[in-house]
Design a protein around this ligand. Structure first.
Ligand code: GLA
Length: 584
């Protein structure tokens, strides 16, 4: 049934009648697709009438000529589920989305040509953005409210006022959205300062703000820039994200609920950021860098009303009580979370990464030191190898390490170069072959370093003499399980890394969510049945990796880890999430 959605002088108007948006953010790309329906249902049971999602361009387009809309990237199916639940949708296609997501959603291949602009009116950048929106439009256009679908609003860019002030760029995006057939109202979001609200939008766009407290003051600031129409907090920050090596961020449920109540009492519309955060599976996490590089952790629990595994938290119930004061909240049961199976499984297969290299990629040779991006390798790990001049030791010096390198000489480990401690020099013992196992820990998603290349950045020298003739192998880790087949079990309680580790295990009944306990392990990445659980690190705060139930079967589950430092001889799964210590 075709409907209308408009922005009136005072309110949003659904079919001409005032409508208050009560929305929650849920990123389809952070949740297993078989769980979308459950999370959307819980949005409705919280009392929300709308679900909001970003679109992660780089997830759909891992390479320039690919646009994947299948499986977990089937945005059309996600929106259809939102619609079937009787909810509206807000879509934020970016092209930049921030969101603690790798590169803020901008595909790394965009910047292979260093002349390409970033979030501005530059020809090459805009040509790629145009092509992206043209490919996305067939998913969005037929699902707009007026075509009988759920999409009520689309957002242009994201907090652009925190980055730039290029009005021609924003105007180009608006004209592009129009050209591809997006007819619903357009919004922008900015942090509620006069500077950002002024820089991040255009007069014809409806401005909204992002904040998590002091609603009256923030809405007053927003009102100065959006003199008519509904006020909206398009990102009500009810929690926060974590970085490796920090505490787990939480916000007080009662305080957050009181702020939400105040916001709603002031008549504003809202989008909870997040309703349900989900997980940065695989290598999808982003990073911040305001002088110190700080990669975001794997969990995107966000201390949201629904936790990383999709279960209601105290904040869910506190918010539901608040929402019940402002709307009709459905009275349906939500099954309580059952503890996940706790298991201890011996490690069955171990193989040194150095032995397996031949099965994990091919060497690329060149005289120059290439970045990951030069090699078309957009995330994960690569091994760099070169011969040391004269076999003598000396001080290795690199321009930059993005982001962490395990350094060895003739196969013997000599140290780690970590970007987050600004390390780029290391004393080497005498030897022939220098090798660096380099990890891209996530592309920056906020601020000036968006679009930078990964890997080793030259010049590379030993005692001032340039290192030439490099061999680099980008690791294709989806082959790790195969490389492990037939490998023997561990020879001792700890196997020194880097190693591939594998085991096979059963569960009593499936599907069942699992929580891989990474405490006692060093640093690495893990997969269950080929599903990339993401990174773990002894720094914490998190010490579990979430395994979504739909990937688990009763018999013959295959767990694979790449452990960089020290692998144990058994792995454990625990009953629930362990997101780490909080500030208090
Ligand atoms: C801003 C961005 C979001 C997200 C949050 C922090 O509001 O718009 O994408 O990065 O900050 O979680």
């Amino acid at each position: 049934m075709a409907r209308t959605f408009e922005i009136g002088e005072q309110d949003f108007l659904l079919d001409g009648k005032p409508f208050r948006i009560l929305s929650g953010a849920l990123h389809y790309f952070r949740v297993h697709p078989d769980q979308w329906e459950d999370r959307i249902r819980k949005a409705r049971l919280l009392g929300l009438n709308t679900v909001e999602t970003y679109v992660a361009w780089n997830a759909h387009a891992p390479d320039p000529d690919v646009f994947d809309l299948s499986g977990g990237l089937d945005l059309g199916r996600f929106l259809d589920l939102v619609h079937a639940a009787g909810l509206l949708a807000i879509v934020r296609p970016g092209p930049f989305i921030c969101a603690e997501w790798d590169g803020g959603g901008l595909p790394a291949w965009l910047f292979r040509d260093p002349a390409t602009g970033v979030r501005g009116h530059e020809e090459r950048y805009l040509a790629a953005v145009d092509a992206y929106l043209e490919r996305l439009a067939p998913v969005l256009v037929p699902r707009q409210v007026e075509a009988g679908g759920p999409i009520a609003l689309v957002q242009v860019e994201n907090e652009y006022g925190a980055y730039g002030a290029d009005q021609d760029y924003l105007r180009h995006l608006v004209e592009l959205y129009q050209r591809v057939g997006l007819t619903v109202p357009y919004t922008t979001v900015d942090q509620p300062t006069d500077e950002m609200l002024a820089a991040g939008s255009l007069p014809e766009l409806h401005k909204t703000a992002s904040f998590g407290s002091r609603p009256a003051e923030r809405l007053a600031t927003l009102r100065r820039h959006q003199p008519t129409g509904p006020l909206m907090c398009a990102e009500f920050w009810n929690g926060w994200f974590d970085a490796w090596g920090e505490h787990h961020h939480t916000t007080d449920a009662q305080q957050s609920a009181a702020d939400l109540d105040e916001l709603l009492s002031l008549g504003a519309s809202v989008n909870l950021y997040m309703l349900h955060g989900g997980t940065n599976f695989g290598f999808t996490n982003g990073a911040n860098d305001k002088g110190v590089y700080r990669p975001t952790v794997t969990s995107y629990d966000y201390d949201a009303p629904l936790d990383e595994a999709g279960h209601p938290t105290a904040k869910f119930w506190a918010f539901r009580e608040v929402l019940a004061r402002h709307t009709v909240v459905p009275d349906e049961e939500i099954a309580p979370a059952a503890p996940a199976p706790a298991l201890r499984v011996p490690v069955q297969r171990v193989r040194a990464l150095s032995d397996a290299l031949g099965e994990l990629g091919t060497w690329r040779r060149g005289t120059r030191l290439p970045s990951f991006d030069d090699l078309g390798h957009w995330s994960g790990f690569a091994v760099y190898r070169t011969r040391l001049p004269h076999g003598a030791g000396g001080v290795l010096e690199l321009g930059e390490v993005r982001d962490r390198a395990l350094v060895s000489v003739d196969g013997r480990p000599v140290g780690v170069l970590a970007r987050d401690s600004h390390e780029r020099r290391l004393s080497l013992p005498p030897g022939e072959v220098l090798e660096l196992l380099v990890e891209d820990q996530g592309r920056v998603n906020y601020g000036a370093r968006i679009g930078e290349a990964k890997g080793l950045v030259g010049p590379a020298r030993v005692d001032g003499a340039p290192l030439r003739d490099w061999e680099v192998m980008p690791l294709e880790l989806d082959r790790a399980a195969e490389a492990l087949s037939g490998a023997p079990g561990p020879r001792s309680a700890l196997s020194a890394g880097p190693v591939l580790v594998g085991t096979t295990f059963d569960v009593a009944s499936a599907p069942a969510d699992l929580f891989l306990d990474t405490s006692g392990w060093g640093k690495g990445v893990a997969w269950v049945n080929g599903w990339p659980l993401g990174r773990y690190w002894s720094r914490g705060p998190q010490t579990t990796l979430y395994v979504p139930g739909p990937v688990v079967r009763e018999r013959g589950n295959e767990l694979v880890l790449l452990e960089l430092h020290a692998a144990r001889d058994s792995v454990s799964f625990v009953e629930g999430l362990r997101l780490g210590h909080t500030e208090a």
